[in-house]
Design a protein around this ligand. Structure first.
Ligand SMILES: Cc1cc2nc3c(=O)[nH]c(=O)nc-3n(C[C@H](O)[C@H](O)[C@H](O)COP(=O)(O)OP(=O)(O)OC[C@H]3O[C@@H](n4cnc5c(N)ncnc54)[C@H](O)[C@@H]3O)c2cc1C
Length: 379
């Protein structure tokens, strides 16, 4: 058994190295001394891969993916030519990106993409602590004293970090905000169950299909893996359906369109499990020398396909605001309060736009008048 403890000082500590945390770290490192920590030593496989075309602008601004070889880029993402949907009626609708000025939407290999972002952050001077989980934090004399610990109890590393400013980028759990007493509001009970398999279909467009108890989604990743997910409310679905591969595949067979996407040989299908996919937000997104970013602040229904773009755009916004208010290098309470108000208003604005669009989209599907899932969304 060993226990290694180290002290560290930084201007900005970012907790969580998902897309929000990495993009914030890369952009803020141009101006500040930044530390980025994540509980995972390497990112895990996750669903959520369709990246909105406007993200290209952020990549250009941060000089990301400009110099890498095409071979390498092809392992991170592929162009998604369009989206086919069956929503509101049985007709096929196709939305292509051919005329989008920002180009195609991208299908990402999330794990590889996040590994790439972590590497860039480290190469651009961000101090990175991987495998370190937020343990506790205290605010004293205008400084945050944050303790992070590794999960390995036999060989435990403890990091004691003093930071002028903390950014919570821990995703839907908003661990930092929660640890200082900020509540998270849940707007619905949406969950997503997903499987993956080698793609055997020539049509690689993303697919959305509305169904009686929720909706289906399928996409093909750059490594020719197809994912299929079903989104419904946690209190509607029979729990056994989402328990294992065989029950989920039996359920898939009830939908002709989605069933046509799975290979005949079902033994290559991997059951990935169930994740939260509901709309949530925290009650307060900024406070005494801290703010929450990306999903930690507001999380979207995957129907929007905007979570990652929002996380990136939000991270870029933070850099601009921090520069305008200059509260990192020169702390001032009055300026910090103004900063918090402007930042909170920006997030509230994004949230109200999101809710409006989400409601419009769900209201367009009216075929299942007796279904609780659709009643909740159509009233
Ligand atoms: C089913 C589903 C499908 C989706 N599909 C899409 C899609 O197609 N397109 C799209 O744009 N978005 C999609 N999203 C949304 C997208 O996945 C999120 O918006 C995005 O991951 C938000 O990034 P983030 O960096 O804010 O949070 P996360 O990606 O959740 O990253 C949080 C990071 O914090 C770390 N962390 C957590 N707790 C701690 C702790 N205590 N200490 C240290 N580190 C910690 C985690 O390890 C993780 O690396 C989907 C979401 C779901 C649920």
């Amino acid at each position: 058994m060993s226990n290694k403890e180290t002290d560290h000082k930084t201007e900005i500590l970012i907790i969580g190295a998902g897309i929000a945390g990495c993009i914030a770290a890369i952009s803020l490192a141009e101006e500040y001394n930044v530390t980025l920590m994540d509980k995972q030593i390497t990112p895990s496989d996750r669903i959520g891969e369709s990246l909105a075309p406007a993200s290209q602008r952020i990549f250009k601004k941060l000089n990301l993916l400009g110099h890498e070889s095409d071979d390498f880029k092809q392992t991170l993402f592929s162009n998604n030519l369009g989206m086919q949907s069956y929503w509101g009626n049985n007709q096929l609708h196709i939305k292509d990106y051919l005329k989008n000025p920002d180009g195609f939407s991208k299908s990402l290999d999330r794990k590889k993409f996040e590994m790439y972002l972590r590497e860039i952050a480290s190469n651009r001077g961000v101090c990175c602590f991987w495998g370190i989980r937020l343990f506790n934090s205290i605010y004293e004399e205008n400084i945050w004293k944050v303790t992070g610990k590794s999960d390995d109890l036999k060989n435990r590393t403890t990091r004691k970090i003093k930071a002028n400013f903390v950014i919570d980028a821990t995703g839907r759990q908003s661990h930092f905000a929660k640890s200082i007493g900020i509540k998270r509001i849940q707007y619905d009970k949406l969950i997503s169950c997903w499987i993956s398999m080698p793609n055997t279909n020539t049509n690689t467009m993303s697919t959305i299909v509305a169904d009686e108890q929720g909706w289906w989604y399928s996409a093909v990743l750059p490594n020719s893996t197809r994912i299929i997910s079903f989104q419904t409310d946690s209190d509607i679905i029979d729990k056994a359906t989402f328990k294992k591969s065989s029950s989920f595949i039996t359920f898939i067979k009830t939908n002709k369109i989605i069933h046509s996407l799975i290979p005949k040989d079902e033994k290559n299908i991997t059951f990935q499990g169930t994740v939260s996919a509901n709309s949530t937000r925290i009650e307060q997104v900024a406070g005494k020398q801290w703010l929450a970013l990306g999903d930690a602040a507001i999380s979207f229904d995957p129907l929007s396909s905007q979570g990652m773009f929002n996380a990136m755009a939000n991270a870029m916004q933070v850099k601009e605001l921090l520069a305008n208010f200059n509260i990192i290098k020169d702390f001032n309470l009055a300026k910090t309060e103004k900063f918090n108000k402007v930042y909170s208003d920006q997030i509230a604005n994004v949230w109200s736009h999101y809710l409006k669009h989400k409601n419009l989209f769900y209201k367009a599907e009216t075929r299942w008048k007796d279904s609780l899932f659709w009643k909740r969304r159509n009233s």
